[in-house]
Write a protein that binds this ligand. Structure first.
Ligand code: EPZ
Length: 423
């Protein structure tokens, strides 16, 4: 396994290009199942999760070719479709469950392995399945698989009230509804930019969707969808992650392709902590106002609130702040596993249930630490960049799932970071 070696250093300067969004691409790719015509995605990120989704879709019968070193993904499902998503692929990545809605829309049938839990939580699918049942789907759980069948052969439009604004359930139901008979309304839908990006792509394919980006999405079913080419939206989580690099190290960095509208709540918290964010022609310029950042309180919420996927990274910053911060994680039940690792670096973090109290320290100390999940891994790298001495982050396979070229992007602005072979 590889590890990342980071040595604390001085202020950062330069530019970091932001890639296409992993969590947009992972829902855009299954949309190819909805049409016999080709779907081409541009600005795709080059990540192991994208390769896993490619493998899954190919196992279902999709023909997929990539161009420009993976930046362009061309997909086509004009042949017979296999409706069974096998456990050995699904268990690697929860987003595999996003083939459920498209398979039901296209074939009226699907066998999809339950993804199982992951480090950050149980990750049930009840909101997905309750919504599909309202669309006339019978669902049986057997030997770890969901056996789903559109009882009338074709999905029926329905009014669906979500108990929680689930991102994945919104995506699954929205894709399913594009080919259903009649109109579907999703109340309390997720509002994330990835939902809007998916709706934009589906409209390009001929779908009739309104209200995406708000809590009520209306989908008028059509008989078929056509071909489309769609650019993957900028990755707001990668953007926020790299904005924290100059925040924690000092200096000034421009994030190419960055857009404030993608991470408004996050930018407000950075501003309150003493970070200047300026919109430029090419993206966002970020610099620390002066000296240590100030403590701020953070609560994770569905968009447009503070993103849970930036909670671990923000904790790294607040470990070096002046004062005491409270981080409340309200989306996942177990998303503080980075805390014990930061404590090994001298951080003062008290975790009680869904809350972490962080008392800032002047300087963290480098130490060997272990990545436990995707966002925790990059939180430890940020901490290591601001720490005295050397930090070795092991199990960086987590990192490769969601961040392309981390070492070159960060060393490109002056971080002392390298990837090494680990035992
Ligand atoms: C998406 O996961 C993202 N993944 C996650 O990013 C992100 O953290 C999450 O949305 C929240 O923003 C992708 O887009 C591939 P949810 P998803 O359904 O769709 C509970 C990353 O780091 N829930 O909004 O699974 C669930 O257990 C990943 O890139 C149910 O109870 O998120 C969780 O506590 C991590 N029943 C909460 O809702 C359901 O049927 C949020 O889940 C569905 C979800």
């Amino acid at each position: 396994m590889d590890a990342i070696l980071v040595r604390g250093g001085g202020p950062l300067h330069g530019t970091i290009p932001i890639a296409g969004a992993k969590n947009a691409c992972l829902t855009l790719m299954p949309a190819t199942l909805l049409s016999e015509e080709p779907l081409t995605l541009t600005n795709a990120p080059r990540l192991s999760d994208i390769r896993t989704m490619t493998q899954l879709l190919q196992s279902l019968g999709a023909e997929i070719t990539t161009l420009q070193e993976g930046r362009v993904i061309s997909m086509s499902c004009h042949g017979a479709i296999n409706t069974r998503a096998e456990y050995d692929i699904v268990r690697k990545m929860r987003a595999s469950n996003l083939v459920l809605g498209p398979l039901l829309a296209r074939e009226g049938y699907a066998e999809v392995s339950l993804p199982g839990g992951c480090a950050i939580g149980a990750r049930p699918m009840d909101i997905h399945t309750d919504g599909l049942q309202k669309m006339g789907v019978s669902i049986e759980l057997r030997d770890g698989y969901l056996y789903a069948k559109a009882t009338g052969g074709r999905l029926q439009g329905a009014v669906i009230d979500f108990p929680f604004a689930s991102v994945g359930a919104t995506e699954n139901i929205m894709m399913a509804a594009t080919l259903a008979k009649g109109t579907t309304v999703i109340n309390n839908a997720a509002r994330e930019p990835e939902i809007v990006d998916l709706a934009d792509c589906l409209r390009r394919m001929g779908a009739q969707i309104d209200g995406d980006g708000t809590s009520t999405i209306t989908i008028q079913g059509v008989d078929r969808l056509g071909a489309a080419t769609h650019p993957v939206v900028t990755d707001r989580i990668e953007l926020g992650t790299y904005m924290l690099a100059p925040a924690i190290c000092g200096g000034e960095v421009e994030l190419l392709g960055g857009r404030i509208d993608l991470i408004g709540a996050f930018c407000e918290k950075l501003d309150a902590a003493g970070i200047d964010i300026t919109e430029t022609e090419k993206g966002l310029k970020v610099k620390r106002r002066n000296g240590r950042v100030r403590a701020v309180d953070v609560t994770t919420e569905p968009f447009p609130g503070f993103p849970t996927d930036l909670q671990a990274q923000m904790m790294a910053l607040l470990c070096t702040a002046e004062g005491t911060s409270t981080l409340e994680e309200k989306i996942f039940e177990n998303r503080f596993m980075h805390a014990p690792e930061l404590i090994r670096m001298g951080a003062k973090v008290d975790v009680h249930g869904g809350k972490a109290i962080v008392t800032g320290v002047e300087k963290l100390k480098g130490a060997p630490v272990m990545a436990t999940d995707l966002r925790a891994s990059v939180s430890l790298i940020l901490a290591g960049m601001a720490a005295e001495g050397e930090t070795k982050v092991s199990r960086v396979y987590h990192l490769d799932r969601g961040y392309e070229h981390v070492v070159s992007k960060l060393s490109g602005v002056g971080a002392n970071i390298e990837r090494i072979k680990d035992e």
